[in-house]
Design a protein around this ligand. Sequence first.
Ligand SMILES: Cc1cc2nc3c(=O)[nH]c(=O)nc-3n(C[C@H](O)[C@H](O)[C@H](O)COP(=O)(O)O)c2cc1C
Length: 457
Amino acid sequence: MPYQDFRQFLDVLRQHGELIDVNRPIAMADVGKALKHAYKAGGVAVSFNDTGTEFPLVCGVYSNRAQALLAFQTDEKGILQKVLDGLDNPIAPVMAKGSAPCQEVVLTGDDIDLRRLPIPTYSPKDGGPYITPGIVVSKDPETGVPDIGHYRFLILGKDTVSFSAQPFHRFGKNQLKAQKLGIKPRGALVIGVDPILAYTCQVQVHDQTNDWEVAGGLRGAPVELVKCKTCDIEVPATAEMVIEFEVDMDTTVMEGPLGEYTGYYTPATPKPVGRVTAITHRKKPIFQGLLTGEPVTENHILKQIPFEASFLKTLKRQFPTIESVSVRASAGVSFYVVISMNQRFAGEARQVILASMSSNIRPKWTIVVDPDIDVHSSSEVEWAMAFRVQPQKDTIIVGDIPAGPSDPSIDDPKLARPMRTASAIGVDATKPFGKPFSEVADVPGWEDFAMPELEGR
Ligand SMILES: Cc1cc2nc3c(=O)[nH]c(=O)nc-3n(C[C@H](O)[C@H](O)[C@H](O)COP(=O)(O)O)c2cc1C
């Protein structure tokens, strides 16, 4: 059975020792520090139950791979296939019958006050308190196709926010289309959902994909939706909270800085203002937080499995003997990828490198290994890099191709996004195709050899 809501997922995290409670008071400026400890302790989620507001704040629910597997209700062996099967079998959403939990409390007009919510300032130089785990639901104003995606929101006042929607992400595109059509862009910021919806946001799909259908496929059951109170947008009926807003594209404010997923601050830049038209929530809602900044954080774990599955699916179309891919959370996810494959002919690994470099995730580093190397194991990949590579002939460097997002190492990171180019490197760390290679010096049969003296270690 898929999760019905955020709360059910939190119960499962608690049962698995993946969620702890902090019952002493916590200042919003200290949440980042507490979460840094939680990451050092393996990425356990934390429920801050005394936030100085009416609401508890749960953070870190997507901060390690074990939590991701609990979210997908599978194990490491089954995860990629489960996601690929879900992507191949989309399920349309349904409208909730009767009243929806996320609208048990409806606040409009003067009752709207974002300052009542527990919203941390995560890194000391952040431009202010940020809602970081929120999922924006928006629609293509021409086709009506809905999109869901994570976007950060800076709190400016009781009912005003600013946010960063990159023009190459769908909410950014929807906004620009609306502006051209002379329509005020609308959106709904959803907090606290069935975790599959959060992972769905990061699946790489084309712009006219109905993301609710993707989420339905991944859950194996339709997502239940309800119409917002002040706009023509549908949101998950069991969400903890929904912040409905309209965008004033003519008024800009400085939004940022924010400790970004690269581990570096991105500077403040002019961004539009969002005006909140309603806040709806469950009775006793659970608010959510998410630390951003130096990897590994929730940002990276949220992207890892969806990126791996989407990337594998795309590459396999052309290279069916690719066995597995790993995108590295510690390298900002898309900047460093490892691919294992059985080459069918000489030079195929190099073709895979070129395909990877020109894929939409724009990796800076691509390493191709043989299938005997576990793509998720840094030590096995380093072994291949050390002894199956001659850098002069096994690397490909391509310059002046589009840069990955927010990379601080490019020559001029202040350049406008479409102007930013970078170089990418690929390493063919496979054994030479069709030629003899040194024999691996392993000790076959060791797995079956009993060593009771080591039990429990
Ligand atoms: C936690 C988190 C926060 C994010 N914040 C932003 C953001 O503020 N602006 C943005 O353009 N992308 C942001 N992203 C990246 C997009 O959500 C992501 O790339 C997504 O695929 C965009 O999907 P869409 O184009 O379907 O909306 C964030 C990702 C995560 C995981």
